[in-house]
Design a protein around this ligand. Structure first.
Ligand code: HEM
Length: 181
């Protein structure tokens, strides 16, 4: 994944627990990189090792780290670095969700080697939608849940997220029922 992912994780950990915790996490993960370059691609495995080590060092389940990271990604990383891109995707939660399937096509203009997730919206109503999430990567469902929470906060909208089908439980891909007030 692009370096901006590891960099964002570093920023989140340093903001919450300080630089010493991040150095310990890198050491545990066997990552000997001083500075992550946003536009360079790094092996996926490195990001996963960092999350596992962060869970150990911070004494939290990996799923909690990923959820927190999803919220941080929307409210800090994307907002600080790519506000225009976010604004262009929609000014309300329902609008943003309906444009989400094409969102990473724009991101890929900045990061040409992007291997993005695939989102699809079905059964849209005025107050709900089913969001389908497909990826070749494993274990990122809690990250998506955190991203959705971050979006709900961004738009100051109450959102209920129900994981209706899960790849971990044998489904082909994850399906979330999203309902807003
Ligand atoms: C300006 C905002 C955003 C940027 C710049 C961005 C960029 C990226 C980048 C660089 C990756 C790593 C993939 C790779 O390097 O191959 C990624 C992954 C991912 N993004 Fe985004 N993204 C943004 C917003 C969003 C939003 C709004 C969502 C959904 C609500 C989202 C969902 C994901 C997910 C789930 C992954 C993990 C990869 C996977 O599932 O396979 N992103 N994104």
């Amino acid at each position: 994944m692009y370096g901006m992912v590891n960099k964002a994780l570093e920023e989140m950990v340093c903001a919450r627990r300080g630089e010493d915790a991040w150095e310990e996490i890198k050491e545990r993960a066997g990552v000997d990189i001083e500075v992550f370059v946003s536009n360079d691609a790094y092996p996926d495995d490195m990001s996963f090792r960092l999350v596992t080590a962060a869970a150990e060092v911070l004494g939290l389940p990996a799923r909690a780290i990923l959820e927190d990271f999803g919220r941080h990604w929307i409210l800090c990383t994307a907002q600080e670095g790519y506000a225009d891109l976010l604004d262009a995707c929609g000014m309300t939660l329902p609008e943003f969700l309906s444009n989400l399937p094409s969102f990473h096509t724009r991101v890929a203009m900045i990061f040409p080697q992007l291997e993005p997730p695939v989102f699809e919206c079905t059964e849209r109503t005025e107050h709900s939608v089913r969001l389908h999430y497909r990826t070749h990567r494993r274990g990122l469902t809690p990250f998506v849940e955190g991203l959705l929470e971050g979006l709900a906060r961004r738009f100051d909208t109450r959102l209920a997220v129900t994981l209706e089908q899960s790849r971990d439980a044998g489904a082909d891909h994850d399906v979330f029922l999203l309902e807003w007030a």
